[in-house]
Ligand binder design. Structure first.
Ligand code: AMP
Length: 172
């Protein structure tokens, strides 16, 4: 996936000092590379029997919806608080300073469904760990894998995700 890597730029000190932000917009803007990324996820899960692809707000939506289309499954939005219109389940999680939360509609899945979760970047793992908890605590669903365009391995996000299968197209 070296080609994909060339279309990701690092923006220093965004959105705050010390963060090396991975800007994926050049990759999204390139039709060939965007398709490469989506095909990589979709090919990997062609025989996984996935029922729903979950996208995490906001860039996760871009990948999850395209992969769902490729697999012919539904997609489902995990959002920050107050954005989903119907009844929700909520999971809070700790940030460096304070807490945040993710929400999902209470009717997101049928019992026994197989779920693929996708986000753009695995950093500290807090957001996706909360998403896994949100789903496991509220649904009888089977999370097949957690997939990312990028894993920032030096932040050790995997430590928060023990017991989950994880796959990233690009690792830093
Ligand atoms: P985390 O909970 O730390 O794994 O980070 C979760 C979310 O923050 C991911 O969905 C990313 O969209 C975003 N994020 C965190 N760190 C970065 C980074 N260095 N570059 C781009 N996005 C990031």
């Amino acid at each position: 996936m070296q080609k994909l890597e060339t279309a990701i730029r690092t923006i220093p000190d965004f959105p705050k000092p010390g963060v090396q932000f991975k800007d994926i917009t050049p990759l999204l803007a390139d039709g060939y590379l965007f398709r490469q990324a989506i095909d990589a996820f979709a090919t990997r899960h062609a025989d996984s029997g996935i029922d729903k692809v979950v996208g995490i707000e906001a860039r996760g939506f871009v990948f999850a919806s395209a992969v769902a289309y490729a697999l012919g499954t539904g997609t489902c939005l995990v959002r920050k608080p107050g954005k989903l219109p119907h009844a929700v389940h909520r999971q809070t999680y700790d940030l460096e300073y304070g807490t945040d939360a993710v929400e999902i509609h209470t009717d997101a899945f049928e019992p026994g469904q197989k779920i693929l979760i996708i986000d753009d970047v695995l950093a500290t793992g807090g957001t996706v760990a909360a998403t896994v908890e949100l789903i496991q605590n509220n649904f009888d669903a089977n999370i097949v894998e957690l997939d990312f365009l990028i894993e920032l391995a030096f932040l050790n996000g995997r430590e928060k995700l023990e017991g989950s299968l994880i796959h990233a197209l690009i690792t830093y």
